[in-house]
Design a protein around this ligand. Structure first.
Ligand code: PDD
Length: 284
């Protein structure tokens, strides 16, 4: 079955040409996106993704392309037309099509909106979580507004490719002060030797992950000690556990950083418990 995409009000085969050549998303990465995990047909953390989408659009002064209710219908319909139950649903909104000029179009243009869905194997994700993943570290070479979920992702792309080429799953990005900001497409977490859960504060240096916020709610409900602060590579290497979080990886244990094992090199119990709680629908 050909994959179906939603493009500006129409449902079309994903390979049909449908976006204008002068779309500002294509020419300037002038757009934002969201990725939802859909599990058992249910969009996870829907309200959180919608709130972040609106925030990203507001920060870039791109209008919401349609009402939230219409957007909900288009998201659900895209999933339905692709006959998916467990999926990643991708939404992109760009400033629209206009004659190429760095400044915003002089008269308002209609934002471009695209939705796609692809299957996600929960079995493969579970298998990966059982062994845990390797991460490598790279300098954080991104701009200073990483809180905006913009499609301008070139440094993230290069970092992820470096990870792949060294056999790792993710790259952790290190800021000028030696602290880990986040992964190329995920948030970074450690558990200290004292059992405190640590992740960086959500300022302009990281994307405030919707999964990150969900884990914070779960941690609170479980009565876990928790700190939002920066941590260095050295601290990560002496941590009791480490893991990443994102819509696509949920909670994924990290067992090696730059080839050096975290604790005994096996997934940690807290990461596994948080993943289980997430999958069981805790604090959804
Ligand atoms: N990535 N940090 C970055 C840089 C990200 O790209 C992502 C998500 C996250 C985690 O956010 P969330 O928990 O809301 O998924 C953190 C998505 C999944 C992607 O680009 O595919």
């Amino acid at each position: 079955m050909a994959r179906i995409a939603y493009v500006n009000g129409r449902y079309a085969p994903i390979n049909d040409p449908a976006i204008g050549i002068e779309d500002r998303g294509f020419q300037f990465a002038d757009g934002v996106y969201e990725v939802w995990l859909v599990k058992g047909g249910v969009f996870q953390d829907h309200a959180g993704h919608m709130a972040r989408l609106k925030r990203s659009l507001t920060e870039l002064r791109i209008p919401m392309p349609m009402s939230e209710a219409s957007l909900d219908i288009a998201l659900a319909e895209t999933l339905r037309r692709n006959r998916l139950n467990n999926a990643l649903v991708y939404l992109q909104v760009t400033r629209g099509v206009a004659k190429r000029d760095h400044a915003f179009p002089a008269s308002p243009v209609r934002p471009t909106i695209v939705i796609t869905a692809r299957p996600l194997s929960m079995a493969a994700s579970e298998k990966r979580a059982e062994t845990g993943i390797d991460v490598i570290t790279r300098p954080d070479e991104r701009w200073k507004r990483c809180d905006i979920k913009s499609v301008s992702l070139l440094p993230n792309v290069l970092a992820k490719q470096a990870a792949r080429e060294s056999g790792a799953y993710e790259a952790w990005l290190i800021d000028a002060d030696g602290f880990i900001t986040e992964g190329s497409s995920s948030n970074a977490w450690i558990v200290t030797p004292e059992g405190v859960l640590v992740t960086r504060k959500a300022d302009h240096g990281i994307l405030n992950g919707v999964t990150r916020l969900r884990i914070m709610r779960i941690a609170k409900s479980l009565g876990l000690s928790f700190e939002e602060r920066a941590f260095s590579l050295e601290e990560a290497l002496s941590a009791r556990e480490a893991f990443i979080s994102s819509a696509s990886s949920l909670v994924m244990p990290v067992v090696r950083v730059d080839g050096r094992p975290i604790a005994n090199g096996a997934p940690g119990s807290l990461a596994s418990a948080l993943r289980e709680a997430y999958l069981a629908g805790a604090e959804a």
